[in-house]
Design a protein around this ligand. Sequence first.
Ligand code: GLN
Length: 284
Amino acid sequence: MTETDDVLTLRALWAGSSKVLGAANEARWICEVATALDGADFDAALDEPVTERMVRHHDEMVARYRAGEPLQYVLGRWGFRRLDLAVDARVLIPRPETELVVEAVLDLVAGRSSRRVADLGTGSGAIGLALADELPIDGTEVWITDVDDAALDVARANLAGIGRAARNVRVASGDWLGALPTDVPFDVIVSNPPYVAVDSALLDPSVRDWEPTGALFAGADGLDDYRRIVPDALDRLTPDGSLVLEIGTDQGAAVRALCLDAGYRTVEVRPDLAGHDRIVVAGR
Ligand code: GLN
C-alpha cells in the first residue's frame, strides 16, 4: 500500500487506506492522526509528501483496525463534548449517550453562583473534565475519582489538556464515595459506573473483547455498583443536591427503586437520544 522509492503524498496515503479498509472516513481519521493534521490543514496538505515515520504509524494503525481493535483505541483519541480525549484500553471509550449525562449535570447546577461536583469512576475523565471545561471558571470545583490507578493516569493526561479549567479539578484515588473528602458536601455526584450483567447477551462482542472488564461488569444483574453508590452518596450531597447516574436501558425501574429505598425524595428516569432509559437523576 505504501511506496518507499517514490515520494508518497498524503492524498495517496489516504487513498491507499480507504481502499484497504473500504471506509474513507475511518481511513481519514487514521491519516489525520498519523500526520498530526486535521480539518482544513489536512485538506491543504493533500499534495504534500508524508514522512516515513508517518507512514509507519499509519500502517500500524491500519493493521490494528483490520485486526478488529476499536477505532477509538487505534487512534488513541476520541471526541467527547468539546474535548479531544486520550483513550486506550485502560479506559472505556467515551460514548455519545454519556454526553447527555454531562448535560443533565449542567442543567442541575445552572444559575448557581458556586458548584462542587464529583465524577466517581471517571475512567478517561470524560464526564468530570467536560464539566470542568463547560462550567464557569469561578466557583467551580470538580472531583474526579477512580479505584483503578491505571485509569487515573489516563484521566490525569486528559486533565493536562483542558487548559485553565484544570485548576478547578481534584483527582482522587479510591473506591466510590471512599475517594471523596468527608467534610465537604457536593451539589452533584455523578457516575457512569459498571452496569453490565456478567452474562449479558446484549453486550456487543467488540466491547466485551476490547474494553476494560472492570469498567463494564457489575454482578449478576449489573446493579452491584449502584447498590453501593446510591445509599452512600445520599448524605454526601448538599440538602438540594442530586445524584446523577448513567444506567443500562433495562435498569430504570430497578435503579429508581434503589434510590427511593435509600431515601432520595425525587427520582427521574430520562431517555437517551434513541428513546431508551439512560439517566437517573435522584434529588436528596
Ligand atoms: N454503555 C456501555 C455498553 O453497554 C456500558 C458502560 C458501563 O457499564 N458503564 O456498552
